[in-house]
Ligand binder design. Structure first.
Ligand code: BES
Ligand code: MG
Ligand code: ZN
Length: 497
């Protein structure tokens, strides 16, 4: 997709021009006459006939001699947000699913109605266009009847002096999308392919392609030496070799601070000996969603000129039942020193994360964000679209929440309620891995993780069990399947640290 900035679109030969319109009859008439100066009455009558008034997600097509003009309804909003732009771009892509065009035009002034933020427009437009074109169909026979969207050129009508800034922000939006799409692909890949070794290969590839990124892959022996008995316990039942992935991004400038992004990397969660039933096991290839997000971020991190040194940590393994598997009642010594009673082998994510968090702090990191498809309980609490956000540092929590609003990724704060700590108490060990009550399960899981965070360390935890995977399209630019949730939020956040 080539992007061409042009001060006047009328000079370019275009197959289709897309223009968003508010639900407002004056503005609609203006938009129509902008494109069809001499035939405006015909089209205004036609729009009336088709009952098109600019309602949200409605489309009105004007066939002119030399091109197609497509009006995209915005509904009754006054000011457009990044999310409106992403969704409107997705509407455009949906339209192109039925109609092929290799070069299209967008009139920036029309897209900017009610706002002058063309930098954000550039980024969001790119995100909407790239993300809504995504498909995971590599294992399917190609359907000859379906139109492959193949936009070769996009012309944007914009004043010359805005060109460089627009292009720069467009490429950031493109990078946001690329990172998100990598994460989607990793989540969608089935567990017979997506093994811990596969995740490690992807990490190696990322380091190879990015000068500022390096990676270290630890195998079982090295993990044993580090004393990660908790991680090892979860891995025990599986024949797939575990991998501990440690990515490092170094900025070109002086390091302001060190940050760790920790992702849960269960490539399949059968539940272990506390085996899941068919329905709830079916989707468990997604249990490396947190790891996918971390890899997605690292794959494009270099494009964002981030000032912090960023570490990506993933304890990758599979949770399987076997005669070698960890048993309910087993007690394991975590890397940090606390003993953990395995109450339920299906609460394995927090056990692997305990050692990942310990590792992060051992290498001196004082700010940690973890992402994990951790609990079914968070889905009960917040429903299918929203992640649970926990933070022991209010400022960090707010920064991430703010970034998520710009990124269009929904999350909501849940409390680290100290009074609930007693539910994680064990009779025989320092802590147990599943609480004595199933109520507040997302909170007790977060409290378990907090036991492995030292004094003076800022930490935020995102329970992404729900939004890591979309059972129905999450929005117009996120189809069914892996969402790549969190990639854009983390990048937006890191840009500002
Ligand atoms: N991987 C699951 C959580 C999950 C559930 C992710 C649904 C995505 C969709 C996790 O390892 C798990 O099984 N958690 C248990 C914890 C319980 C045993 C305390 C759960 O939520 O039931
Ligand atoms: Mg490198
Ligand atoms: Zn589990």
């Amino acid at each position: 997709m080539e992007l061409i900035i042009s001060p006047d679109l009328k000079e370019n030969k275009l197959e289709a021009v897309f223009c968003p319109v508010f639900e407002d009859s004056d503005k609609l008439a203006k938009a129509i006459s902008y494109f069809a100066q001499n035939q405006e009455n015909i089209f205004i009558t036609q729009a009336k006939k088709e009952k098109f008034q600019g309602q949200k997600k409605h489309i009105f097509v004007m066939k002119l001699e030399d091109k197609l003009v497509v009006l995209l309804g915005l509904g009754k909003v006054r000011r457009l947000s990044s999310e409106d732009w992403r969704e409107t771009a997705a509407l455009l892509i949906n339209f192109l699913q039925k109609y092929q065009a290799k070069n299209i035009g967008l009139v920036a002034t029309q897209w900017l109605q009610g706002s002058a933020d063309y930098e954000r427009l550039a980024q969001s437009l790119a995100e909407g266009l790239y993300l809504s074109s995504y498909k995971f169909d590599k294992y399917k026979k190609i359907d000859k009847n379906s139109i492959q969207i193949n936009i070769e050129q996009i012309f944007i009508e914009l004043a010359k002096e805005k060109k460089n800034n627009f292009l720069k922000n467009w490429s950031l939006g493109e990078a946001m999308s690329r990172g998100t799409i990598l994460a989607r692909d990793l989540v969608n890949e089935p567990a017979n392919i997506m093994t811990p070794s596969y995740l490690a290969e992807v990490a190696l590839e990322i380091a190879k392609n990015n000068k500022q990124v390096r990676v270290k892959i630890l195998d079982k022996e090295q993990v044993e030496k580090l004393g990660m008995q908790a991680f090892l316990a979860v891995d025990r039942g599986s024949h797939e070799p575990l991998k501990f992935i440690h990515l490092v991004y170094k900025p070109n400038t002086k390091v302001k601070e060190k940050i760790a992004l920790v992702g849960k990397g269960l490539t399949f969660d059968s539940g272990g000996l506390n085996i899941k039933t068919g329905d709830s096991m079916y989707q468990m290839k997604i249990d490396m969603g947190g790891a996918a997000t971390v890899l997605g971020v690292f794959s494009v991190l270099e494009q964002f000129n981030i000032k912090a040194e960023v570490h990506g940590l993933i304890a990758a393994c599979e949770n399987m039942p076997s005669d070698k598997a960890m048993r309910p009642g087993d007690i394991v010594r975590s890397m940090q020193g606390k003993s953990i009673e395995i109450w339920n082998t299906d609460a394995e994510g927090r056990v692997t994360l305990a050692d990942s968090l310990a590792y992060a702090q051992k290498i001196g990191i004082k700010k940690i964000v973890d992402l994990a498809t951790l609990t079914g309980a968070v889905m009960v609490a917040l429903g299918p679209d929203i992640a649970g956000l926990f933070a022991n540092d209010e400022k960090l929590g707010q920064e991430i929440k703010k970034a998520s609003e710009i990124a269009g990724e929904k999350m909501w704060s849940l409390p680290l309620e100290a009074d609930y700590k007693e539910y994680n108490k064990s009779q025989v060990a320092d802590i147990r891995n599943a609480a004595t009550t199933r109520y507040g399960g997302a909170i007790t899981a977060a409290l378990f993780l907090q036991e492995f965070i030292n004094e003076g360390v800022s930490w935020a935890h995102l329970d992404i069990a729900a939004p890591a995977y979309a059972e129905k399209p999450l929005n117009d630019y996120t189809p069914v399947g892996g969402v790549g949730y969190g990639v854009r939020t983390l990048l937006e956040w890191l840009r500002k640290v």
